[in-house]
Ligand binder design. Structure first.
Ligand SMILES: [Zn+2]
Length: 176
């Protein structure tokens, strides 16, 4: 990274690269996470967390097919010569053994002036995500939901700022 604000809290999109290796076979996976997390907090904390990002990830020299009755993940890895290895990791621990590197390769900060930080979920304390979603009548609206417990503000807003404001107010008036 040419420039990275490693000091201040900020809102943005973190790009994460995960390196896999089995014997001489290698591959890498690149994906992004958004929100008010960065640094260590943005990095994956276990194999399941990495697999959750497979659908949106880009792969180099490899691919991953997650979760099956017979295996935790099926990996295809390659050598520099182009030889390939298909390997079924039977457990999460086995999958985690193949990870030889995790690095943040980009952080794109979003505009602080228009962005107010989302507070944590008033019910469970997890981080939350604001997103533009399709309303029942097909129009696009903004909603905030908890990343863990499906707690959401149960009405929608025309702007992101309004949705964030409503969510942040829930903190003081939690409702079941
Ligand atoms: Zn929650």
């Amino acid at each position: 990274m040419k420039n990275y604000d490693g000091v201040n809290d900020s809102w943005g999109t973190t790009t994460i690269k995960v390196l896999f290796q089995v014997w001489q076979y290698k591959g890498s996976m690149i994906y992004t996470v958004g929100g008010n997390c960065k640094g260590l907090e943005a990095l994956p904390h276990d194999g399941t967390n990495i697999l959750e990002n497979v659908e949106t990830a880009k792969f180099n020299g490899m691919n991953i097919i997650p979760f099956n009755n017979d295996w935790f993940a099926r990996l295809n890895l390659t050598t520099e010569n182009g030889d390939t290895l298909e390997y079924d990791a039977k457990s999460e621990a086995e999958f985690e053994n193949m990870i030889v590197g995790i690095q943040i390769i980009n952080f794109e900060e979003e505009n602080k002036e228009t962005k107010i930080e989302l507070k944590r979920c008033p019910l469970c304390g997890s981080t939350a995500t604001v997103a533009e979603v399709k309303d029942y009548d097909g129009s696009m609206v903004w909603e905030v939901s908890c990343d863990a417990c499906q707690n959401a503000i149960d009405w929608s807003f025309e702007t992101e700022a309004e949705a964030i404001k409503a969510w942040n107010n829930l903190r003081h008036e939690p409702h079941a």
